[in-house]
Design a protein around this ligand. Sequence first.
Ligand SMILES: [Zn+2]
Length: 262
Amino acid sequence: MSLSSFLSTITRWLRRPTPQFDPAWESVLEREFDHWSLLDDAELERMRMLVARFVRENNWEAAQGMELTDDVKVVIAAQASMLLLGLDIDEFFDVTSVIVHRSTVRLSGTHRGAAGTVTSGTQHLAGQAHPKGPVLLSWSAVQRGARRPEHGSNVVYHEFAHRLDMLDGITDGTPPLGDPVAVARWVEVCTAAFERVQAGDSVLRGYAATNPAEFFAVSTELFFNRPCDLRDHEPALYAELQAFYGQDPALRMPCDTSRPVA
Ligand SMILES: [Zn+2]
């Protein structure tokens, strides 16, 4: 690319219109995304900007006869944007497209997982994230995660946590933390919590024991969906996620402080 075409690309990018949050999306999110009503005014203001960007600036594709309405995009965008709410970045880089399947994501052949694991045959998945590629999501799983946080699972948090983990080029369960001391503490805390999942003695579901990348993705699901439980059972892990994500979801919840802490 010549210098002049590079400069004109940058100028076009800087001058691009700010995507607008459609006021009609507010009632969609109040109805479909449980966490929306827990956010304060300042959080909602940033979330509306992030949601508008995510909806307007991503490529969207439908699979399995899925009807890709604005409502569908907004529910996915809001959950993905929760991960960015307290970060200094406004987007997930290198996502080529978001591909929404109606029910499960069916894949056949040989596939490489987020942490380099290779599987073959037909797989039925709730979602999948490719490094520098698309994010695949099952709409039925997206809806369940958005409406029923008490179950803990959330495919959008899971797949976009993988995308944050991938930002430094290595999918190893450690997103970019910037500071070697913070990385050492993160690895120490996560390793201890990972070993508790392996031993079957954790509030995190067993899939977190697959590898450190899945551990981070599953921990992120619980951090946002059942923060009181994660804080009570894994306080050191909760503190690491709180510092990384720059938010404290348990403060938004009516946590039962009278419960004994395990
Ligand atoms: Zn995963």
